[in-house]
Write a protein that binds this ligand. Structure first.
Ligand code: SF4
Length: 397
């Protein structure tokens, strides 16, 4: 009997957490206001962490909190208080890189510890070392293949988590200071500016020739066709990168990987036309060209993406369902303007998306709205299967 691997989605704020959980993530990872590595993501207040944990647990999902910055002594002073809060609200684990943070977590709490990919655990001996430090799970470096991850799990007895989707880091996950020198932003303290995506000019000494290239910019990871390999290798958790990405991204990756995982567990294969649909869905969210990177063999030149920062995005979220009156209307919180006559697409929790041409767009008092404004609430025609938090999107021109 096969056991499904956990689908672990990123959640940069409370809305993304709810969206990821409702679209099928078994677990989400979030950051508090300090100690994590994503200064630019909105991050959770204490109240939001409490609400997020309650919500996830009501839906049988888990919440992991990142504490994976490399901290100085002054940063550690207030950590015990934060740990005690996390333990009290029932957070399921903390994700840690720094040995000092691990020691502090063990001294002041009984929180489960997951080793961040930031610690670059790539081999069995390293995993055993971290196990001796009290770590329960290792988030392996993105340089590790699925067979290597299986060996690390078998030999160390630890749970293993491996990235299956998202942006890549050209350094050994985060062990990089390009961003510090080019932008004055420290990747190891949450400030990575993705400087590896920039174009760089190289001067060739011999003939003074200069070339300009994006030689450090990676394609994005996509491992959907390797779900059978992950499951058969008993990889405990499949991680999706992207706490700074949108609710559309969090919802889509959760839905697609959930459906593919469930299909594989039920049928024992992914030989289905649905694979094309799932891949199509993954192209609707913002992404660079996809690669399987090092999941089977070490990433090589074909993983390089030779365009700066450019991301493709086929669809744009224009609203989030707030309420529905079946047969009559959906109440939508508008994220991007749309008009009567536009065709929008509902993304249900499971199964195919539903297209609808809008016969009307109305405000609360049922007055016609010629063009909706972001941040407002409007009524649009009811769409079969719509539920609160479903995303409504539109094909980009
Ligand atoms: S600049 Fe690039 S290589 Fe460096 S930490 Fe950021 S994503 Fe990784």
């Amino acid at each position: 009997m096969r056991t499904a691997s956990e689908i672990l989605a990123p959640a940069g704020n409370l809305e993304k957490l709810k969206v990821a959980v409702l679209y099928g993530a078994d677990a989400v990872y979030i950051g508090g206001q300090k100690y994590g590595l994503r200064e630019a993501s909105e991050n959770f207040t204490y109240d939001e962490i409490r609400e997020g944990v309650e919500f996830a647990h009501q839906h049988q999902s888990k919440v992991f909190v990142v504490l994976n910055g490399f901290l100085h002594d002054s940063d550690l002073e207030t950590l015990p208080e934060f740990l005690s809060f996390l333990e009290n609200v029932g957070v399921d684990a903390v994700i840690v890189s720094d040995l000092g943070v691990i020691a502090t977590v063990r001294k002041f709490s009984n929180l489960e510890i997951h080793l961040s990919t930031q610690a670059s655990c790539l081999n069995v001996e390293a995993a055993k070392f971290w196990k001796d430090q009290g770590v329960k799970r290792v988030v392996l470096g993105r340089e590790v293949s699925i067979p290597e991850a299986a060996l690390i799990k078998r030999e160390s007895g630890l749970e293993v988590e491996l990235f299956i989707h998202g942006s890549m880091c050209m350094a050994y996950s985060g062990n990089c200071v390009i961003s510090n020198y080019t932008q004055g932003r420290d990747s190891n303290r949450g400030g990575c500016a993705h400087s590896c995506r920039f174009g760089y000019e190289i001067e060739l000494n011999d003939d003074q020739k200069k070339i300009s290239a994006y030689f450090m910019s990676s394609k994005d990871l996509e491992g959907i066709r390797l779900i059978p390999d992950f499951v058969e290798a008993n990889i405990d958790s499949l991680k999706v990168e992207g706490r700074m990405k949108s609710a559309h991204y969090a919802g889509t990756v959760s839905k697609v990987y959930r459906e593919a995982m469930d299909f594989y567990i039920e049928h024992g294969h992914l030989l289905t036309d649905k694979i094309y649909e799932w891949e199509k869905e993954l192209r609707k969210i913002s992404h660079r060209e996809y690669t399987q990177a090092s999941l089977l063999t070490p990433a090589g030149a074909d993983s390089i993406y030779d365009e700066r920062e450019h991301e493709d995005k086929e669809y744009q979220v224009v609203g989030v369902v707030q309420e529905t009156v079946p047969g009559e209307f959906c109440l939508i919180e508008v994220r991007a303007a749309f008009c009567p006559g536009d065709t929008l697409e509902l993304m249900p929790w499971k199964g195919d998306c539903v297209d609808k041409e809008l016969d009307f767009v109305r405000d609360f008092a049922d007055r016609p709205v010629p063009k909706s404004r972001p941040g407002t609430l409007v009524k649009i025609p009811w769409m079969q299967g719509a539920e609160p938090y479903n995303l409504i999107r539109r094909k980009c021109p």
